[in-house]
Design a protein around this ligand. Structure first.
Ligand code: GDP
Ligand code: MG
Length: 161
C-alpha cells in the first residue's frame, strides 16, 4: 500500500501488531484486540504462532548488534505469540501511540505498555514503526491469501466513503 497522491490518509494502510509471549501468558490478548477494535481499526489477519528463530532474526534484523539481542530472541521464542494485521487511516502511527514507548518506564498511562508493563524486556506487544517497516513485516509474517479484504457494515460511521 502506498500513500495517496492526495493529502487524505490511505484508508487501506496496514500495520503488524503482535502480542508477545508475556502478553499471551498473562491473558492480555483480548484486551489488546479490544483496544484496536474500539478505536475503529479493521482486523484483516490473525494467527497464533510459535515463532522460529529464523523468522525472528529477520523481523529484528536491525537489532542484531544490540547487547540485548540474544535475550530478546529467547523471550520471543519462549511461547506462542498472537500476530495480527490491522487496517485503517494512519494505522501505523496511531498504533505506535496506542502501544506506547518501547520502555514501559517512559510509556504514558492509557497506552498498552503504560497500562500493562514495567520493564523493556517484557513489554507485551509489538507494533511496526513505519509504513515501510509494516509492509516488510506483514510480508514476513503473513501470506497474502491470509489477509482478508472485507467491508465493515458500519464503515460509513468510521470514515467518509
Ligand atoms: P519497539 O519498536 O518499540 O518494540 O522497540 P525496538 O524496535 O527498539 O526494540 C524491539 C524490542 O526489543 C522491544 O520492544 C523490546 O522488547 C526489546 N528491547 C529494546 N530495547 C531493549 C533493552 O534495552 N533491553 C532489553 N532487554 N530489551 C530491549
Ligand atoms: Mg521496533
Amino acid at each position: 500500500w502506498h500513500r495517496n497522491k492526495s493529502s487524505l490518509p490511505d484508508v487501506r494502510e496496514r500495520t503488524l501488531i503482535a502480542v508477545k509471549p508475556d502478553g499471551v501468558q498473562r491473558r492480555l490478548v483480548g484486551q489488546i484486540i479490544h483496544r484496536f477494535e474500539q478505536r475503529g481499526f479493521k482486523l484483516v489477519g490473525l494467527k497464533m504462532v510459535q515463532v522460529s528463530e529464523d523468522l525472528l532474526s529477520q523481523h529484528y534484523c536491525e537489532l542484531r548488534a544490540k547487547p540485548f539481542y540474544p535475550s530478546l530472541l529467547h523471550y520471543m521464542t519462549s511461547g506462542p505469540v498472537v500476530v495480527m494485521v490491522w487496517e485503517g487511516p494512519n494505522v501505523v502511527q496511531t498504533s505506535r501511540k496506542m502501544v506506547g514507548h518501547t520502555n514501559p518506564t517512559e510509556a504514558q498511562a492509557g497506552t498498552v505498555r503504560g497500562d500493562f508493563s514495567v520493564h523493556v524486556s517484557r513489554n507485551v506487544v509489538h507494533a511496526s514503526d513505519s509504513l515501510e517497516g509494516a509492509q516488510r513485516e506483514i510480508q514476513l509474517w503473513f501470506q497474502g491469501k491470509d489477509l482478508l479484504n472485507w467491508e465493515c457494515c458500519d464503515q460509513g460511521n468510521m470514515m467518509e466513503d
